[in-house]
Write a protein that binds this ligand. Structure first.
Ligand code: DX5
Ligand code: ZN
Length: 217
């Protein structure tokens, strides 16, 4: 099983973006999570291409881009050019997820699909053979600092058995309300990648918190 931590830059200090990016770069987190919000798919706006490029320039980590935008296919190429290693879009945000997955792969980037808390995992089952990752949202997307929705663990377990049963190599990522207290339980339930924003950036020692999450029982 994998154990990967993907710190969410949504909780970084934007006045010190370079400092916070370099801190993550020194840490044992393998990925860096970038939340893009358009104010339409979610009731919040975060940041776009110039900020992604600045983070990419300051980091050697695998750039994990989580798009919370409508019609993600319109911007796949530009996110690839901005440094994305993985582009994850929402199943609820496009009328043709398969075309979007194909477009991401054609751009030479890994492809992920995300589901909101109310969307069943069965929705994405048909695309598992083509997907590098499924992102299970464990809060309503749009904001950091919310509480983990308990029912998400059952979704992870169902997804794990679909992936293992089908012999796929799709990774499972979880995002929202994750930190050292539930990291061990989430890895045990079948997650490969844990996203954490406030738990890491609001802790007095973010690098130690990342280690605590990696080693959580
Ligand atoms: C929320 C974002 C998350 C967010 C998580 O829509 O997708 O990545 O940064 O924040 P925490 O870890 O604070 O719940
Ligand atoms: Zn996210």
């Amino acid at each position: 099983m994998n154990r990967i931590i993907s710190p969410s830059m949504l909780s970084a200090d934007f006045g010190h973006l370079d400092r916070d990016t370099r801190m993550i770069d020194r840490s044992r987190a393998e990925w860096i999570h970038i939340d893009v919000m358009d104010g339409v798919f979610v009731p919040n706006i975060s940041f776009g291409f110039p900020v992604l490029k600045a983070i990419d320039a300051a980091s050697d980590k695998f750039m994990d881009v989580h798009l919370m935008i409508v019609e993600p296919e319109r911007y796949v190429k530009r996110f690839a050019e901005a440094g994305a290693d993985l582009i994850t879009f929402h199943a609820e945000a496009t009328s043709d997820p398969q075309a979007c997955i194909e477009m991401i792969r054609q751009a030479g980037v890994k492809a992920g699909i995300s589901i909101k808390p109310a969307t069943p995992v069965e929705t994405v089952e048909q695309w598992l053979p083509m997907l590098d990752l499924v992102l299970v949202m464990s809060v309503e997307p749009g904001f950091g600092g919310q509480s983990f929705i308990g029912g998400s663990v059952e979704k992870v377990k169902r997804l794990r058995s679909m992936i293992d049963g089908g012999g796929f190599s799709t990774l499972i990522e979880i995002d929202g309300g994750v930190g050292p207290d539930n990291a061990g339980m989430l890895f045990a339930a079948g997650c490969d990648v844990l996203v954490a924003g406030s738990a890491i950036f609001r802790s007095p020692d973010p690098e130690a918190t990342i280690v605590n999450m990696l080693e959580a029982k």
